[in-house]
Design a protein around this ligand. Structure first.
Ligand code: ADP
Ligand code: MG
Ligand code: ZN
Length: 559
């Protein structure tokens, strides 16, 4: 015999079985435990409150941050014959009142509202008096200031709601939750650890790619040539970028839709509808597009520029492949992207503490673009996923893996240079010192006088920059948070300097024969250089620091 919830799943929704986490979430809610469900985008979070809502007495209130999102959900429920409605500012006052009266009469099983609705006395008066099944917070990360989409109004209604005696149970749902966000939501809504259902974030059908050092527009054009029939989203970092790319592609006769906050509501509506109904297969948009969009057949999401943090990236990229079919998430990276994001943080109205937090998250995003490890693992690790994996076999780093080279000694030189520069400078200056650049700033700071000046002059400044970023990405070198992050040694750096830890890097692309010679020359040169320094300073060649200095460093970073 079927349990009741499973029967609802099949008869109302027409699905065979539950997806991971759905059953547990539903069980917790039906036992009146406040519950948090953390599931990937497309994981099926809506069902987690819809099924309990259907099997419990009373009305379920769903608080949702976006108006567009409510209508889709309500339409879907109505199509299944379930009485549902939304009340928001897109309706006339008269219509709002009519719907509210129907809510009062208990005509709806599901009522969707924005958090601001609770600022209205008449609404609160109604829901105080009617039997309620549950109150659900969709996109619950919005209630946390650690989340990437914090909405103060979302947070401020919680204490008042908790005082209402007729709410049997709270439900929170999100696809994006770092540990801090999870515990923030838990605390706010009184959700105990055993009622957090976290299915992990991995979406096994998504392949992540980083594309660096290519002309972005021509990359996109040739990509689109090969994927003409497929539906996809191209995210840009700014409206200006969206406009430019839209014009460029349109001029070439490619049919594209465009969506950003600078367009009128009507234009946005049309663009969204053309995309959802497959009249236009390509959507060029800023992050204004997409929250709660349920289009299942998106085959790729391209980021024209690096977004500001991994939370947003994963959420946006995650709009690909909601139907479970293999899909690509491609990030086109250029160093200017970093400057742009910093600019956006600086321009924002945030207080200093929030800015610091944004810089910290930005650094993780930058690291993602520079890691040589598996991209999927990097993301899972960022979200503190418990599943430990080293390779997914799908991402660009797993697939395009080249020869591994040991760069331990270069790493030691770089780290010792950072130390000798007084840990007061960023990536750019460090690369210049290693290169032995004649830049005026180097002279001004007397950095040409330190012993590691020009120690890696055989490399280009660009190669050195890449290596420093790589060390940061692998957490072998730390950074101070801020607009101009300075480099700092960390515990791992000391391990590398002591020779206790080897550093390996993948060469990409495979060197041509000329390159191979070049690298060989380089290494010979380096060996000579190392020996010279070692002789001169009378320290072990792999270290470049005296034992005393190393000991002192170890004291800062005890094991
Ligand atoms: P989320 O809110 O987690 O991003 P949704 O609740 O919008 O995801 O669900 C995504 C899609 O998965 C929807 O089309 C939904 O109908 C479908 N879905 C949800 N649960 C199941 C299930 N158990 N079996 C099959 N499809 C499901
Ligand atoms: Mg959802
Ligand atoms: Zn991988």
């Amino acid at each position: 015999m079927l349990v009741k919830e499973e029967k609802i799943l099949q008869t109302y929704f027409g699905y065979e079985s539950f997806r991971p986490g759905q059953q547990d979430t539903i069980d917790h809610i039906l036992q009146f435990n406040n519950t948090l469900a953390v599931m990937p985008t497309g994981g099926g979070k809506s069902l987690c409150y819809q099924i309990p809502g259907l099997s419990m007495d009373g009305t379920a209130i769903i608080i949702s941050p976006l108006i567009s999102l409510m209508k889709d959900q309500v339409d879907a429920l109505q199509a299944l014959g379930i009485p549902a409605t939304f009340i928001n500012s897109s309706l006339s006052t008269g219509e709002q009142q009519t719907r509210l009266r129907d809510v009062e009469k208990g005509r709806y099983k599901f009522v969707y509202v924005a958090p601001e609705r609770f600022e209205s006395g008449s609404f609160v008066n109604v829901i105080k008096r009617i039997p309620l099944a549950l109150v659900a917070f969709d996109e619950a990360h919005c209630i946390s200031q650690w989340g990437h989409d914090f909405r103060p109004s979302y947070r401020s209604i919680v204490p008042n709601l908790k005082r209402l005696s007729n709410i049997p149970v709270f439900v929170a749902l999100t696809a994006t939750a770092t540990e801090e966000v999870i515990s923030d939501i838990q605390e706010l809504l009184t959700i105990t650890d055993n009622h957090v259902v976290n299915t992990g974030f991995e979406r096994a059908n998504l392949s992540f790619h980083i594309v660096k050092g290519k002309d972005k527009s021509s990359y996109i054009r040739s990509f689109l040539d090969e994927h003409q029939e497929e539906s996809g989203i191209i995210y840009t970092a700014t409206r200006k970028q969206a406009d430019a790319l839209y014009d460029q592609l349109s001029k070439r006769g490619i049919t594209v839709a465009k969506y950003h906050a600078g367009l009128s509501e009507e234009e946005r509506k049309q663009a969204q509808s053309a995309f959802i109904h497959d009249e236009k297969s390509i959507m060029i948009a800023t992050n204004a597009f997409g929250m709660g969009i349920d289009k299942s057949n998106v085959r790729y999401v391209i980021h024209y520029a690096m977004p500001m943090n991994i939370e947003s990236y994963y959420q946006e990229a995650g709009r690909a492949g909601r139907d479970g079919e293999p899909s690509d998430c491609i990030l086109l990276f250029s160093p200017q992207d970093v400057q742009l994001q910093k600019f956006l943080i600086e321009q924002s109205q945030m207080d200093d503490a929030s800015k610091q937090n944004e810089y910290r998250k930005l650094q993780a995003m930058i690291n993602y673009c520079h890691t040589h490890g598996c991209l999927t693992s990097f993301i899972l690790d960022y979200f503190d996923d418990t599943v430990i994996k080293t390779t997914c076999g799908r991402c660009s780093n797993c697939v395009e893996r080249q020869e591994k080279v040991d760069i331990t000694e270069e790493a030691q030189m770089i780290l010792s240079c950072v130390k000798r520069m007084g840990e007061r400078f960023g990536v750019g200056m460090t690369a210049k010192v290693l290169k032995g650049s004649k830049d005026k700033k180097i002279k001004d700071f007397r950095l040409d006088k330190i012993s590691t000046y020009g120690i890696l002059s055989a490399y280009t400044e660009k190669e050195l920059t890449e290596r420093v970023h790589f060390l940061i990405a692998e957490q072998l070198l730390g950074t101070e948070e801020g607009q101009y992050p300075t480099l700092r040694l960390n515990k791992n750096s000391v391990d590398v300097l002591k020779g206790n830890r080897h550093v390996e890097m993948y060469t990409a692309p495979i060197p041509t024969s000329d390159d191979a010679d070049y690298h060989e020359d380089l290494f010979t040169e380096l060996r000579v250089l190392r020996k010279q320094i070692a002789d001169e300073k009378n320290v072990p060649p792999y270290v470049l620091f005296s034992d005393a200095t190393l000991k002192e460093l170890s004291r800062y970073f005890p094991t």
